[in-house]
Write a new protein. Structure first.
Length: 562
């Protein structure tokens, strides 16, 4: 029987080589399970060609191979640790100052310029403070002050700081008080920066001032007395710049006198028989006497003829008649002191004319619809004392002794049966009423002011953390002359409570235009890291080369830090 198997004993050691085995002759069925072990395979004899392409060798069979070696690394979810090289992400160089843009390139980190935003915030803060009358207030890393009050300024560290209470700005200014003697004024008050002396007692009195200053005045003479026609107002003269002008009471030049003695005279009111008022005046060495003429008295009732009104500061009204005699004219006023009085009406039993006032003519007697006396001319309104007061009205006329009378003019003129008001220079009413006495008012500065160089230092504001940079926004105006930025106007900042300051370096380039007529100056990102450590923030602003011809006004300041 033929042999079908070759036994191991039949094969001499090392007798079977690759040459004796045809390619593909031995399949897996001819080799017993576990027949070939590592000892049957020579070292380094199995190559890539001996491994089937779809062998699906488990990664666990390969020593040292990480699981991730067979994972799709293009999926970001499969990258959990390690650092991805910047070159794998985009062109350019990654660094602490570059960022990866959407176009796949590394570029310098963008820097947003917030200077304009910071300036706008500061200006908005100024408007909020002004509209709300707010004092100094703080924002995060910023303080605002539009000088609605003085709470934001350190008066002890500042010099020559003067805050204008009306227009809310700081300017460099010194002052010395003005003293007077022998004034004998009936009333002495103040209105802001001014002293107000009022003289109402009739007669003459002395007044001496120790400094050469400008003196504004209101001089009103005594009003004319009424008879049948109304009395005219006393002459009205003034220099106060807010007074109305016209035929009566036009504004005149203020007194620019030295330290001299003046004489003040107050006129009496005319008597109730149609007497004219007494003059009021101011006189003194080197001064052309300022005189207001007394008001003209009212005309008398006549049978058969009424008398005309007398001329004066303002003219008196014409007197009526009984038996159809001619019209009685009103008296004339004095140019730039007052107006004429009104005439009586012709015919029997008609009314009398009214006295003129400082602001309007006296009304003629009315014949229709009723036979009544005319209304007195109105006076003028003055605010020289700080309060608006109307003075120097004309007195009203009457119709005979029994008829209806006209009204007194505004400003103290009497109606029928009423005297003119005292201290107003008003004309007396008809029917034998006296005129009001005059008045003299002086208005002059309480002190003499000199322009000085300003040093304006803020109170300290505590920063949350120590700042290394500072920002400034401020507004100013030229009250006189033109300030050169950086020469006549400078600004500094301190973080150590005012011991050390760093200049903001203001110059013409700091000018950012105007807001509400105020020039805007800005300086941003000033390096203050070299100052001693601290968080007490202050600013210091200086105006330099100030004089009568140069006045620099500081309206608002915002200090910021980071």
């Amino acid at each position: 029987m033929a042999r079908t198997k070759i036994k191991t004993a039949d094969i001499t050691a090392d007798a079977v080589t690759a040459a004796e085995i045809a390619t593909g002759a031995v399949g897996t069925t001819e080799i017993a399970t576990d027949a070939v072990t590592a000892t049957e395979i020579a070292a380094d004899t199995i190559t890539n060609t001996q491994i089937k392409s779809d062998a699906a060798i488990a990664t666990s069979k390969i020593t040292g191979l990480a699981t991730s070696a067979t994972t799709d690394t293009t999926n970001a979810d499969n990258i959990s640790t390690g650092t991805l090289g910047s070159a794998r992400m985009g062109s350019g160089t990654a660094s602490s100052t570059t960022v990866l843009y959407g176009d796949g390139s590394w570029k310098a980190e963008p820097v947003t310029n917030t200077d304009g935003i910071n300036s706008d915030i500061a200006l908005l803060g100024f408007k909020v403070a002004t509209n709300g009358s707010l004092g100094k207030y703080n924002l995060v890393d910023q303080t605002e002050d539009s000088f609605q009050d003085a709470t934001g300024i350190d008066a002890g560290a500042s010099t020559y700081e003067y805050r204008d209470p009306t227009n809310k700005y700081y300017v460099g200014q010194s002052s010395s008080a003005i003293s007077t003697s022998g004034s004998n004024a009936d009333t002495m008050t103040t209105d802001g920066l001014y002293s107000i002396f009022q003289y109402t007692t009739t007669g003459a009195r002395a007044f001496t001032i120790d400094t050469a200053v400008t003196i504004d005045y209101l001089v009103i003479a005594g009003g004319g007395g009424g008879a049948h026609g109304g009395g005219g107002a006393g002459g009205y003269r003034n220099s106060y710049n807010s007074e109305p002008s016209g035929g009566g009471g036009s504004s005149e030049t203020a007194i620019s006198g030295g330290a001299v003695a003046y004489t003040i005279t107050v006129g009496t009111g005319g008597g109730g028989d149609g007497g004219s008022g007494g003059l009021s005046s101011i006189s003194g060495s080197g001064l052309t006497t300022i005189t207001s003429t007394g008001g003209g008295g009212g005309g008398q009732y006549g049978n058969p003829t009424g008398s005309p009104g007398a001329s004066g500061g303002s003219g008196g009204g014409g007197g009526a008649n009984e038996s159809g005699a001619p019209v009685a004219s009103g008296g004339a006023g004095t140019a730039n002191q007052g107006y004429a009085g009104g005439a009586s009406a012709g015919g029997s039993g008609v009314g009398a004319g009214a006295g003129g006032g400082a602001g309007a003519v006296g009304q003629a007697a009315q014949t229709s619809p009723n036979l009544v006396g005319g209304d007195g001319g109105d006076g003028l309104t003055s605010s020289i004392t700080g309060t608006a007061v109307t003075r120097a009205g004309g007195g009203g006329g009457t119709r005979n002794y029994a008829g209806a009378g006209g009204q007194g003019g505004a400003g103290g003129g009497g109606s029928i049966g009423e005297a003119g008001q005292a201290f107003t220079g008003s004309g007396g009413g008809a029917l034998d009423q006296a005129g009001g006495s005059g008045i003299v008012i002086l208005r002059f500065p309480t002190a003499v002011y000199s322009r000085e160089n300003l040093t304006l230092v803020s109170v300290a504001t505590t920063a949350e953390t120590q700042p290394t940079k500072a920002d400034l926004v401020m507004t100013y105006t030229n009250g006189a002359g033109t300030a050169t930025i950086g020469t006549d106007l400078t600004a500094e900042v301190s973080r150590d409570n005012g011991t050390t300051y760093t200049s903001f370096g203001l110059s013409a380039s700091s000018d950012q235009g105007d807001t509400g007529g105020h020039t805007i100056l800005t300086s941003h990102n000033l390096d203050i890291s070299g100052q001693p450590a601290g968080t007490s923030m202050r600013y210091r602003i200086k105006t330099i080369n100030q004089s009568a011809g140069k006045e620099t006004r500081i309206h608002a300041v915002s200090l910021g830090w980071s």
